[in-house]
Design a protein around this ligand. Sequence first.
Ligand SMILES: *Cc1c(COP(=O)(O)O)cnc(C)c1O
Length: 271
Amino acid sequence: MRATKAIVYLGNLRRNIQAARNKAGTHRKICFPVKADAYGHGAVPLSRTALDAGVEYLAVAIVSEGADLRSAGINAPILLFAQSLPEELPDIVSLGLIPLVSDGVFIEEAERAAERAKKKLTMHLKVNTGMGRLGCRPEDAVALATKIASSKWLTLEGTATHLSVSDSLDPGDLAYTKEQLSRFREVVDSIKKAGVNPGIVHAANSGGVVFHEESYFDMIRPGIFLYGYSPGDQPGNQRANPSAKWLSAEPLMEFCTAVVSIKKAKKGEAI
Ligand SMILES: *Cc1c(COP(=O)(O)O)cnc(C)c1O
């Protein structure tokens, strides 16, 4: 076998999950993002370990990643983060993936796909509060939530947003995250006031988990933190607050190899 290896310590994943759980409280759910082959660590073994350690949700970016988990026999709820194409809806329905939806056209196509398959589709509404990527406009959220909740073929199981600069301690970035969170709280309240249950409310990526307790809501979605890298370790953050001791994680991956040759070189010699 080749001497160069990437070793993944599954025990460290369990410890990082426990650290996140202790920080957020046991009454909150954890969603473990395993997109991009679990950030390069191997989606199937990491998903199995995380579920065994009590994580309630997994998340992928694209449909084929969800299909790989289902083929490996993983039956846990899987959120689908990225916007899919309408032609992927039959697979989303049959695999039982839970898409984050941002617009009325996609919701209608999803409803038709669910009806055709005679199988209800569960979804979360994504609200754009400042990331500017996916998500509906805050002022459209009530109408979309109502549209999902009143459909015979759809279930509104959650309401989510994504934080764009929550991993930074720059004062402007801290203020921006607070602004995103207050917009999100307003949206969730307006959905409730309209008589619709927003379901599981979630916003916190790793930066949210480490730096913004008010981002926890009902579920946290830490990715990079659970792989062992704290946003608090970023050089910019240490400059901003050198004495800070933040919640920390242990890296899962270690590279090791064997020395194959030792040689002497003169200063200035080309190597
Ligand atoms: C990737 C992703 C996360 C996790 O982000 P980290 O910065 O790795 O914690 C959370 N939510 C969404 C929507 C994502 O795409």
